[in-house]
Structure formats: C-alpha cells, structure tokens
Design a protein around this ligand. Structure first.
Ligand SMILES: CNc1nc2c(CC[C@H]3O[C@@H](OC)[C@H](O)[C@@H]3O)c3nc(N)[nH]c(=O)c3cc2[nH]1
Length: 379
C-alpha cells in the first residue's frame, strides 16, 4: 500500500524515476541534497583525515555526525553555545545526526535498555549516562542537525524472533516519543523514522506501517548491515521500500560497499551512509572504478601507475601505486589522508553517475557496465 502520507511538510522533490530507482532533491535549512546521496560519516564532528573543503570538492552535499559521540565529547550544550555543529565544525552544509542508540549498543559499557531509555557508562570517562528518546532529540536539536533520527533499538543479526519483535515494538513507541519531542523544531528541520524488524518480513511490514501512521519527514531502513549476508539485506529492502511513501526520502543506514549501494538504489533507496571509504582508506584499501585495491599488497611496490589515470580526482590519477604502497607500509599519515580523499571521491563519482543515469533513463545499462568494470581491474 502506498497511501500518500499527508502528515508533515515534504521537503523532498522526486525528479525522475527509472524502474524503482529514483533521483531527487532534498531541501534542508543548510542547503540542497541531490539524491541518491552518499553521506560521508564524520562521527565526532570531523571527517577523519580530510579537510571539509576536500569533502565538498569530492561532491558530498551532506555529512553525518553522531549524537552518542558528540554528547559525550565535547558536549551538546557546548556545541550549541558555539553556534551549532555546522559553525563549530566549519562544514556549513546539510548535516544528519544519528540518534545514538546504535553506538550505545556497539560502543558503551554496562548498558541497559528499558522502556524509558538506554542507560550506559561513557566509553570515554565511565560516567553514567541516560539516553531517552526525549534526550536524543534534545541533543540533536542542540547540535542543530538538519535531519534528526528517531531513537531506536537496532538488533544485530542473527537474532531470535522474540528479541527482534521486542526491539521493533519498543522502537515504534520510541518513534512516537521522538516525534513528540521534535514538534518544537523550526520549519525545514526534519525527523526521520527508522524501520526495524530484523530479517522477518512480517515484522518489517508492521514497523513500516506503524511509522507511516505516526508520520515522518523521511523514513530510514535500520537494523541492516549488522552482520547479515547481502542477500538478506536486499530481501529486507524488497520487503520494506515499496511500503514506504513514494514521495518521501528513504535512507538505508550504515550502507555500504559500492555494490550494496548500486543494488539498493535499484530497489528505490535515496540516501546512504557508511564509514567504509575513510575506514578502509586508513587501512590501505582504495576504491576505484575497477574494484578495490589493497595497497598493502607487495605487488604494488614497483608499480608506477596511478590508481586510475582517467579519474576526475587528482590524487587518484597522479600518485603512483608504488608510492601509496610505501606510505601505507611506512604508516605515513599522508597515506591515510590520500586514500581517504580518493575513496570519498570515488563514492561521490559513483553517486553522480547513478543520478545522471536515472535522469537519462539508462540506469539498467549503468548498473551492468559499472559492475562489469569492477571486475575488470588487474587489482
Ligand atoms: C554499519 N551498519 C549499520 N550502521 C547502522 C546505524 C548507525 C549508523 C551510524 O553509525 C556510524 O557509523 C558506524 C555513523 O555515525 C552512522 O551515523 C544505525 N543507526 C540507527 N539509529 N539504527 C539502525 O538500525 C542502524 C543500523 C546500522 N547498520
């Protein structure tokens, strides 16, 4: 059922569709986001190893911050007093913040989930912290993010049906509380709901339906990229995306590899975030048009060729693989910096290709050719 969700204002404009793939524009208080969009993750208010000007030059319209990290350090009140996250960091563009639930479950010690909130001990100084839906929204409002996420509980897979159901129902009640806490936000600021339900279609349907009845500016598909095979992730997108309001943005959290992104765009997803480009870059792995290149590998030691001599990104077409290999092996900071920017630039190059192909009605051909190229590299 695709009932028009007439609740909240809609800041998303669908521009073209090609099969289930769509391209659009999401207008936020700090600027416009072209979709499908890849959102680089600046968890603690910085893009690890990169200047913001490089993130912008690479083509990113929007970046992510994280409630859990920022509320612990430097603190939401302090960031608000310094003008909010955009002013504090100097990014000055659209920002989305996650609600913090996911990080609590993956980073904090001694955490406890109750109806009221998640309580945990800070991984920084051990201080006892309570994160309720109301507090999470308060923090995201203090940070000044353009898109806030509801507080939810994400269950890692595989998991028992009973636990997936419990967390999905709790997340729906927290969705209601998050929306109530968000109501005082100024026009233009958005709140997204998060579909849970693990790898169980009926629970995914119930979660999506429940969120639509509450009504959000956009809808995320959560609870995926948590250890399940790609086939399971794609099956859950197939179960969920068609139920979400066609005219609102759909955000697949924590995803993913270029292949994941291509498959999810094909199924109607508009927004993505993943730490992979910068994290893999720091570990010596480059993403290129021809697939991934592990520059730690000795076979690059004497290779004078750049990663991609036709790349639109200078560092990808000018530095020899031999030099990148040396930097990575020597643990030189410049190695992590160069590979982070090269990877972010490749992801944005991929997103631009996707947006152009959907606009031209050639997404199927783009999908086929891109996957073929990934296998062509001599990497
Ligand atoms: C990696 N896979 C994955 N990440 C996920 C994140 C965090 C993304 C957030 O986590 C951080 O990256 C690890 C970034 O800061 C980002 O904001 C999720 N967040 C919430 N609230 N709910 C989910 O169901 C959820 C599922 C995910 N699956």
């Amino acid at each position: 059922m695709n009932r028009p969700d007439t609740g909240l204002p809609n800041h998303f404009e669908l521009l073209a569709t090609n099969g289930a793939a769509r391209t659009g524009r999401l207008t936020t208080p700090h600027g416009v986001v072209r979709t499908p969009a890849f959102m680089p993750v600046g968890t603690a208010g910085a893009m690890k190893g990169m200047h913001w000007r490089e993130v912008r030059e690479a083509g990113a319209d929007i970046v992510l911050g994280n409630t859990y990290h920022l509320m612990l350090r430097p603190g939401a009140q302090r960031i608000a007093a310094l003008g909010g996250l955009q002013t504090f960091t100097g990014w000055n563009g659209p920002m989305l913040t996650d609600s913090g639930g996911f990080q609590v479950m993956s980073l904090a010690d001694l955490r406890k989930v109750s109806e009221q909130a998640v309580t945990f001990r800070s991984h920084i100084d051990g201080a006892k912290v309570e994160l309720s839906p109301e507090r999470s929204i308060e923090v995201q409002r203090l940070l000044g993010s353009d898109i806030a996420m509801q507080m939810d509980e994400c269950v890692r897979l595989p998991a028992e049906r009973a636990d997936i159901d419990r967390a999905m129902q709790l997340s729906l009640r927290w969705a209601e509380r998050s929306k109530r806490a968000f109501e005082s936000a100024p026009d233009g600021y958005m709140l997204f709901g998060i579909v849970q339900g693990g790898d169980i279609p009926q629970l995914r349907h119930a979660s999506a339906q429940g969120l639509i009845e509450i009504g959000f500016h956009g809808y995320a598909i959560g609870g995926l990229a948590v250890g399940e095979p790609q086939a399971v992730m794609l099956a859950m997108i197939d179960e969920t995306a068609p139920l979400l309001p066609r005219e609102r943005p759909r955000y697949l959290m924590g995803v993913g590899t270029p292949d994941d992104i291509l498959e999810a765009v094909k199924r109607g997803i508009d927004m993505f975030d993943c730490v992979m480009p910068t994290r893999n870059g720091r570990h010596g792995v480059a993403f290129t048009r021809f697939g991934q290149v592990n520059l730690r590998n000795a076979r690059h030691a004497d290779d004078p060729r750049p990663l991609d001599e036709e790349s639109s990104w200078p560092s990808a077409r000018s530095y020899a693989r031999a030099y990148l290999h040396h930097l990575v092996k020597a643990g030189e900071t410049l190695g992590a910096m160069l590979l982070s920017e090269i990877n972010i630039a490749y992801y944005q190059f991929l997103m631009q290709g996707i947006r152009d192909a959907i606009a031209q009605g050639t997404f199927e051909e783009f999908y086929r050719r891109t996957r073929e190229d990934w296998g062509r590299g001599d990497i």
